[in-house]
Design a protein around this ligand. Structure first.
Ligand code: 4AD
Ligand code: MG
Length: 433
């Protein structure tokens, strides 16, 4: 009987057994009559020891011909070894090369980031990128778990849309059967009606912004998760955000300890953010705090990355900046009853310069006010008529937010640029690979 094919993640259950594994040559070394082949199979790394006197000439010749990233099937006995990374070694008894790779473009030397991004499809195989994208995957899973555990219904929102949600300056336009369509900037406008049908809803998908900015935080295509909740007011929204972020962060820290270690992420910096409450900082107080720290800012200014970094640095956990001037925020935000020039808006700023990871608000309830805001923002009234129905037929208070997956992943991983937190980044000057 042929030995079973297993993965590196399953070695523990096969100690002492003869098994087969399939994967790629991460690296190899020679030492006299021994070849060490480091196998990589997507689940881990395994040192495989090829000992010439024991394997016979055919296997030895195959081992000698291997190059980095060649694909192989390897057979051997699983041996526990404390010194081995992962705790196991494979005493090789058989080896087949599936394909011998020519010199792999990504070597040990330092490559420029442009080179690496041009080879993103191959760069994914590196230990660091593997750790980042595995954390991203666990983050997305934790998000879905959170919403399903809390009785939210998933409402997939469309990608092709007739109108802007977050300002007309960042729309990607496309021809649509003789008409014009835009790639979605946010699923929010489609969630508000769904909240009236299901109470608590969320969408989770790609969103698009033709951002003409080349910062570490901006992508042209990014993933956003957006909950929307009927009857939820602004204070409840802040609590939902806090509960959501602390829950998903705790899960990811629990499940991704090994990846975070590989990234040399200092967990003690993240741990405060697993605890409620998060500080609330009124926009007016934020301006004062900026001035106190020597940053010129006045009432009515929007915050850029620099301002956000200063504000976030005042705390060891994410800061919720609240009640921005209505003029610098989106058209759909409910005015603050105590100061109608302000919006019931919140931005959550992550520590360490990662900037705004969440933007949210209570939504305008009044039909007349919403119509006025659409006009004031120069938006085409006709494209929003269906959206106004939410206020015509059983209007109700509701609130929601959107969280960017790449910024959040970058923050958790301690990775400088959001482009490393998505498998295939799309930025102003990158559509390849
Ligand atoms: O603050 P934003 O624009 O909010 C909305 O789109 C709302 N409609 C969400 C809602 O209330 N349902 O975007 C939300 C988040 C930001 O906080 C940020 O994390 C991320 O989306 N984001 C970006 N991430 C990467 N690249 C970009 N160009 C981004 N623009 C926004
Ligand atoms: Mg925002």
């Amino acid at each position: 009987m042929e030995p079973p094919v297993i993965t590196i993640g399953e070695l523990k259950q096969h100690e002492g057994d003869e098994v087969r594994l399939r994967g790629w040559v991460y690296n190899w070394r020679k030492k006299g009559k021994i070849r060490f082949v480091i196998l990589r199979d997507g689940f881990g790394y395994l040192q495989c020891v090829v000992f010439r006197p024991e394997v016979g000439e055919e296997v030895w010749e195959t081992a000698v011909a291997l190059t980095r990233e060649s694909s192989i099937e390897i057979q051997g006995i699983v041996v526990a070894d404390e010194r081995a990374p992962g705790g196991y070694e494979l005493k090789v008894t058989g080896l087949i090369s599936i394909q011998i790779a020519p010199e792999f473009p990504i070597g040990k030397k330092d490559h420029g980031v442009d080179f690496l991004l041009n080879h993103r499809h191959l760069w994914l195989r590196s230990k660091r990128q593997h750790a980042i994208l595995h954390i991203r995957s666990e983050l997305e899973y934790a998000i879905r778990e959170y919403f399903h555990a809390n009785n939210f219904t998933l409402i997939d929102s469309p990608i092709l849309t007739p109108a802007a949600c977050e300002g007309t300056s960042t729309l990607f336009e496309t021809e649509y059967f003789g008409d014009t369509a835009y790639l979605s900037q946010s699923g929010q406008l489609y969630l508000e009606p769904a909240a009236a049908a299901f109470g608590k809803v969320y969408c989770f998908g790609p969103t698009f912004r033709a951002e003409k900015s080349k910062t570490r935080r901006h992508l042209a295509e990014f993933w956003m998760v957006e909950p929307e909740v009927a009857w939820l007011r602004f204070d409840g929204l802040l609590e939902l955000i806090e509960d959501f972020v602390t829950s998903i962060l705790s899960r990811v820290l629990d499940r991704c300890a090994e990846d975070l270690k590989r990234l040399e992420r200092d967990i003690s910096v993240l741990e405060p953010a697993t605890q409620r409450p998060y500080p609330r900082l009124d926009y007016g107080d934020a301006i004062a705090a900026l001035n106190a720290h020597g940053v010129a800012a006045e009432f009515g200014d929007d915050f850029g990355g620099d301002e956000e970094t200063v504000l976030a640095s005042l705390n060891d956990r994410p800061v919720m900046v609240t009640r921005y001037p209505a003029g610098i925020k989106a058209f759909y935000m409910q005015p603050d009853p105590d100061d109608p020039d302000r919006a019931l808006a919140v931005d959550v700023l992550a520590p360490e310069g990662y900037g705004e990871i969440i933007g949210g608000s209570e939504r305008i309830g009044s039909l007349e006010l919403l119509e006025r805001r659409i006009a004031e923002n120069g938006l085409p009234r006709q494209a929003f008529d269906w959206y106004l129905d939410v206020r015509r037929y059983g209007g109700f208070p509701h609130s929601g937010f959107g969280m960017g997956i790449e910024r959040t992943t970058a923050w958790i991983c301690g990775v400088h640029h959001a482009r490393e937190a998505i498998p295939y980044p799309r930025t102003m000057n990158r559509l390849y690979p």
